[in-house]
Design a protein around this ligand. Structure first.
Ligand code: FES
Length: 127
């Protein structure tokens, strides 16, 4: 598990582990949300975040490039290459943006993403 927050979460089955390419991502829909799900094979870890890049409101992060910056997992948006932490969602490129991240757990071959039902929209910060 990469996020210790498990209270008041609904764990929904997103897909099978083999549906997500190694070191890549897919977009998962849950109700009105688009969630980017990442299989970070090099680290043996899974991450999830909102799919929308807050820079230009593009639904694009699932197609971005995952990597690490000073040991921290991050996603680079495919449009203008802004980097976001997959741990806390902060922009690592010096801008005041933030993305929502979600906990992920694997049970057998199923990938579950934890969402809070109280959330009605993404918690993005755009300035
Ligand atoms: S739209 Fe994502 S960095 Fe610009």
């Amino acid at each position: 598990m990469n996020n210790p927050i498990t209270e008041n979460l609904t764990w929904f089955p997103a897909c099978k582990t083999y549906d997500v390419p190694d070191n890549g991502g897919v977009c998962v829909k849950y109700k009105h949300k688009q969630i980017a799900l990442f299989n970070f094979t090099r680290r043996g870890e899974w991450y999830a975040s909102q799919n929308m890049c807050p820079h230009r409101m593009q639904m694009a992060l699932s197609r971005g490039m995952i990597g690490s910056l000073e040991g921290e997992p991050k996603i680079a948006c495919p449009f203008h290459k802004k980097n976001f932490s997959l741990i806390d969602g902060r922009c690592m490129s010096g801008d005041d943006y933030k993305i929502k991240t979600y906990p992920v757990k694997i049970e057998d071959d199923l990938v579950f993403i934890g969402v809070s039902e109280e959330e009605d929209h993404y918690e993005t910060v755009c300035v």
